[in-house]
Design a protein around this ligand. Structure first.
Ligand code: UGA
Length: 438
């Protein structure tokens, strides 16, 4: 049984630690946030992530998973240490690595035996080398260590499944010994024949950015195609379906919408551009994907304003959906933020509802009205806008929506409402890339 410490209990660290315990390893998840650890020790999960509690409970019950604030002790007692702390956006679009480097220092101070230091956090290309240098320079013993870059490919909302059944595991390594131990850590996947790609550290770091930036590009591409569909009277859903039938393209990540958000794509695309600039290279496709994404968010605001003849002052808008996508409570970089900002900035009022994201959005907009259900949000509003594709919005009772709204005006930025029903009920509406087509 491998003894593992996972530092950081955010989306990445907590899901990874829990998944590693489920693979049969002995895992302790540590954090400096005493409140978070207290919650976890009390059998409460500090984030909304479907299916996570069940796997946490199972592994805690089997004695394979525990939580602690004693990071030093955990490091000393483990052979493998995963770094899963946050890397927020810093200056010039570069990732802020303060927390990562602080963990490296701690590992150096507590290197009481051979250990593997494995980074899961998304870190700029070249960070592995810096972590190795920090540990080499700060360690007080002759004990050795190996470094591994093991990027995660978890989607919030589907993170547990993504961890337990990944498409691939990437290991950027510096020694054969590390490969051997990491293969054992991921043994259930290894015997399942999940592709395990072993490479050097910079390649592993690049794989993560290249993958995320490619998906971001794909979304920006379909969003621009959607906008063009509006101009030519085409239906972007049919276009995407036909494109996706081509195995070389694949139907995934071809859903047009209000622009990508979350803690990853916006940050990682900017970080990749920052890296390329630093190295005097260009990555214009990604630069453009960022620009297109910003425009897409603003385009949604314009769509709403157009539906209201640019007369927002004093109007109340029901915003349905606040999280950056469904199945998560995360509102970071959510397209709903710009929407709310612009409504408020133009003298409008917002009544918002989201099944999971309201507590987080309250930290950004404490003064808008938060409702307990979509009905209360829509009640007496001048228009509604769907920002997140929650299942409960897919099944909205449009007759009721029409009755509750002051005027039947709706913007569907996720294309989840039935256009024929909207037309039959006499709604004035807009969506992304298919309004004029039935
Ligand atoms: C993303 C990647 O999908 C993960 O593989 C990666 O591990 C993760 O970033 C990370 O780097 O940690 P995540 O940000 O959780 O995961 O969410 P996605 O499902 O990728 O969605 C990102 C954004 O793109 C959302 O705003 C979503 O609404 C939007 N999106 C996604 C679209 O607009 N259209 C699509 O077809 C797909």
């Amino acid at each position: 049984m491998n003894k593992i410490t996972v530092v950081g209990t955010g989306y990445v660290g907590l899901v990874s630690g829990t998944g590693l315990a489920d693979f049969g390893n002995q895992v302790v998840c540590v954090d400096i946030d005493t409140e978070k650890i207290a919650l976890l020790q009390n059998d409460e999960i500090p984030i909304f992530e479907p299916g996570l509690k069940e796997v946490v409970d199972r592994n805690v019950a089997h004695g394979r998973l525990s939580f602690s604030t004693n990071i030093e002790k955990a490091i000393q007692e483990s052979e493998v240490i995963f770094i899963g702390v946050g890397t927020p956006e810093g200056e010039n679009g570069e990732a802020d690595l303060t927390a990562v480097f602080a963990v490296a220092e701690l590992i150096a101070k507590n290197l009481n035996d051979y250990k593997i230091v494995c980074t899961k956090s998304t870190v700029p290309i070249g960070t592995g080398e810096k972590i190795i240098n920090i540990i080499e320079q700060s360690k007080k013993t002759n004990n050795t260590f190996d470094y591994v870059s093991n990027p995660e490919f978890l989607r919030e909302g589907a993170a547990v499944q993504d961890f337990l059944k990944p498409d691939r595991v990437v290991l950027g390594v510096t020694s054969e010994q590390a490969v051997k131990i990491l293969r054992d850590v991921y043994r259930p996947l290894y015997i399942n024949e999940t592709p395990i790609i072993t490479t050097n550290v910079p390649t592993a770091e690049m794989i993560k950015y290249a993958s995320n930036a490619f998906l971001a590009l794909k979304i920006s591409y379909i969003n621009e195609i959607a906008n063009l569909c509006e101009a030519v009277g085409a239906d972007v859903h049919t276009v995407a379906k036909a494109m996706g039938s081509d195995g070389r393209i694949s139907p995934k990540f071809l859903h047009p919408g209000p622009g990508f958000g979350g803690s990853c794509f916006p940050k990682d695309t900017k970080a990749l551009v920052a890296t390329s600039k630093k190295l005097n290279e260009t990555i214009r496709t990604v630069e453009k994907a960022i620009e297109v994404n910003n425009n897409q968010k603003s385009r949604m605001v314009n769509k709403l304003f157009n539906l209201l003849d640019n007369d927002i002052d004093g109007k109340t808008i029901a915003v349905l959906g606040l999280s950056f996508k469904h199945m998560t409570d995360d509102v970071r970089e959510s397209a709903a933020i710009e929407m709310i900002e612009k409504i408020l900035g133009n003298g409008g009022n917002v009544k918002a509802y989201d099944p999971e994201g309201m507590a987080n959005m309250k930290k950004i907009f404490p003064d808008i009205i938060y409702c307990n259900d979509w009905e209360s949000a829509v009640q007496s509003a001048d228009a509604g806008v769907i920002m997140t594709e929650w299942h409960e919005f897919r099944g909205l009772d449009l007759v009721k929506v029409k009755d509750l709204l002051k005027s039947p005006i709706i913007l569907d930025t996720r294309n989840i409402l039935s256009m024929s029903k909207l037309i039959d009920l006499g709604f004035t509406f807009d969506n992304v890339g298919r309004k004029s087509v039935l």
